[in-house]
Write a protein that binds this ligand. Structure first.
Ligand SMILES: [Ca+2]
Length: 474
């Protein structure tokens, strides 16, 4: 009898101890096989959606996602422009490390001889190794020759456009009609850009249903709001927002998220799916103004905060705390190592991966950033460094911009990004010791990753394809 009482007592104690010592024990156990949907918008600004302060665009599905998930308010793209930012997401590396910072200019052009090196290890290849079905629906932009396209970089299935939506035939080029592709076949050229979001969303939802019995990784790089002056949207959204074509396209992107969530729910997959929603770089400067990066300063295509800090929301019911905010620094390079950790998949050891495992930032409210420093590169040039709340814009000469542009000297400036998010107070003269510390961190990056007119010691090449051919409809 006493023994039985003791037994019950100890069981009770263990339960309580377990409950109090490990809050996660009360939740459902986290699987190492979650489905992952990664939605990546093009040029959508920090302040362009309601959860990040927009009062112009209606984004009900993102509002719900933020309410049920976690907002990351200091999440950085590794570049202010498309190709390098996507290269960083795919490889977990600074674009400079894999020589994807400057290939044809700012970004890859159609019929380019350059592309993401086929020997780079992509997040899709990692997910394949973990036993996942993989797909991409949307804009690729890491090379348009066969060995650079998604099917050669770890994706079982590809539907979308090989580069930006504004890269259509123009004088003096051999650029083909913008192709809509399914794997290596062109199914439509020129592609009807108004219908892109609709068609890709519908196909992605079908793919989810077809692959519901195995773990899947679905990468959805939305083509919009994209790079044209008049972003595209289908008829139900065209002319409906309060912000012209820019707003219409964002409201359609929000609808697209809603369709994917609905498909997950209808198939009993929502509890087992992590959704990440973010953008590849900030909204570019336009006249009249289209997108906004408020409350951050600066525009897309630059190393300003508005150019590289992006809205990011993650949601996984029962696992990620609902309605929470993570103000810790994380980057687009972190998803490869994080998904690897989440699925217990070993990463290659023979190469440097710059990203960090940010699993703690997803699941533990008290976790802090693993970064000592984050580096802002523009093409080859290191332009700024962040450590803790401090951003140091380096004392440099900026390359010439535009037709009649001249190189421009830019003196150093220092901002406290938490106390002064809009960067109104340059305190470079007040904190020589912080400047010196950040300068030292910058030098560390210059040595290994390089800088303008300086070769890094630890960089890898991009791919080259001699005699590139345009992608044509057969
Ligand atoms: Ca972009």
């Amino acid at each position: 009898m006493r023994l039985k009482q003791l037994f019950i007592l100890s069981i009770t104690f263990c339960c309580f101890a377990g409950f109090y010592m490990n809050p996660l024990a009360a939740k459902q156990k986290r699987t190492t096989r979650p489905n992952i949907i990664f939605i990546f918008c093009d040029n959508l600004g920090y302040g362009d959606i309601e959860p990040f302060g927009s009062t112009l665009h209606r984004t009900p599905h993102l509002n719900r996602m933020a309410k049920e998930g976690r907002k990351f308010t200091h999440c950085y793209s590794a570049s202010g422009v498309c190709t390098p930012s996507r290269a960083a997401l795919m490889t977990g590396c600074y674009p400079r490390r894999i020589s994807m910072t400057m290939t044809d200019g700012w970004v890859l052009r159609p019929v380019s001889q350059f592309g993401l090196h086929p020997q780079e290890f992509t997040v899709a290849e990692m997910m394949k190794k973990a036993g996942y079905a993989t797909s991409i629906f949307g804009k690729w932009h890491l090379g348009d020759q066969p060995e650079f396209l998604p099917n050669a970089q770890g994706f079982d299935h590809f539907m979308g456009i090989p580069y930006s939506d504004d890269m259509t035939p123009r004088e003096g080029t051999n650029w083909p009609d913008l192709p809509l592709m399914v794997n290596d076949q062109v199914i439509e050229a020129p592609c009807d850009r108004d219908m892109l979001a609709q068609k890709l969303t519908e196909a992605a939802c079908e793919w989810i249903v077809d692959n519901k019995d195995e773990p899947f990784f679905l990468y959805f790089p939305q083509c919009m709001p994209g790079s044209t002056r008049t972003p595209f949207a289908s008829e139900p959204f065209r002319g409906k927002s309060k912000n012209g074509p820019w707003g219409d396209s964002i409201e359609e992107i929000d609808w697209s998220l809603g369709e994917m969530v609905r498909t997950l729910e209808e198939n009993g997959l929502r509890e087992n799916t992590l959704i990440v929603w973010t953008s590849d770089n900030g909204a570019p400067r336009r006249n009249p103004v289209q997108g906004t990066n408020k409350p951050l300063a600066g525009w897309g295509y630059t190393t300003s905060e508005g150019g590289m800090r992006v809205p990011c929301i993650m949601s996984w019911p029962g696992q990620i705390a609902a309605g929470s905010v993570c103000p810790e620094l994380c980057t687009m390079m972190d998803f490869l190592p994080t998904f690897a950790a989440m699925t217990n998949t070993p990463l290659p050891t023979e190469r440097i991966i710059d990203g960090q495992n940010i699993e703690p930032l997803l699941f533990d409210k008290k976790a802090s950033t693993p970064y000592e420093a984050f580096y802002y590169y523009q093409k080859f040039q290191l332009q700024a460094v962040r450590s803790g709340p401090w951003k140091l814009n380096l004392d440099i000469t900026l390359a010439a911009q535009g037709k009649n542009g001249k190189p421009r000297k830019r003196p150093a400036s220092l901002f406290h990004l938490v106390d002064d998010p809009f960067e109104t107070k340059n305190v470079v003269a007040d904190h020589p010791e912080i400047v010196a510390r950040l300068e030292k961190l910058a030098e560390k990056a210059r040595r290994t990753l390089g800088d303008a007119n300086r070769e890094g010691t630890e960089i890898r090449p991009h791919g080259i394809h001699k005699n590139p051919k345009p992608i044509l409809k057969q």
